[in-house]
Design a protein around this ligand. Structure first.
Ligand code: ZN
Length: 127
């Protein structure tokens, strides 16, 4: 029997492609990738589970969106800038309204993941 969580099926049989989550996460951390709300999307893509939830550690998104100094030190992004980036990503439909700094949520009609790994989201109390 086929595990439904290992299948990727978009409405109307829409074509789809795959991406490296490691590369998406890496792009999220690079300022040259673009504005913060775009980097929020990349962070979500890099960490999403089979349910589209990208659970992050406390302060992780601020560090991802931060800047790297000439000495290689990571300066975390300000909390209000992180909130503004999440809000902008939501308003553009890049992430779901229930997203927050601890868990960015991607909609199933846009992003799906084929995996045998089944982990929950403690932020949204999702099993
Ligand atoms: Zn979640």
């Amino acid at each position: 029997m086929t595990d439904p969580h290992r299948q990727i099926v978009f409405a109307g049989g829409s074509p789809w492609a795959a991406f490296s989550q490691n590369e998406m996460y890496k792009l999220a951390g690079e300022s040259s990738t673009g504005p913060l709300h775009i980097r929020v999307l990349f962070a979500a893509m890099g960490k999403m589970n089979a349910f589209g939830h990208a659970e992050l550690r406390v302060g992780e998104l601020a560090r991802i969106l931060g800047t790297v100094t000439d000495t290689g030190e990571v300066m975390a992004c300000r909390r209000d800038s992180v909130s503004a980036a999440i809000k902008e990503a939501k308003s553009r439909g890049l992430i779901a309204p229930e997203s927050k700094a601890r868990c960015l949520v991607l909609r199933h009609h846009i992003f799906q993941k084929s995996t045998k790994d089944r982990w929950r989201c403690s932020v949204h109390d999702l099993d």
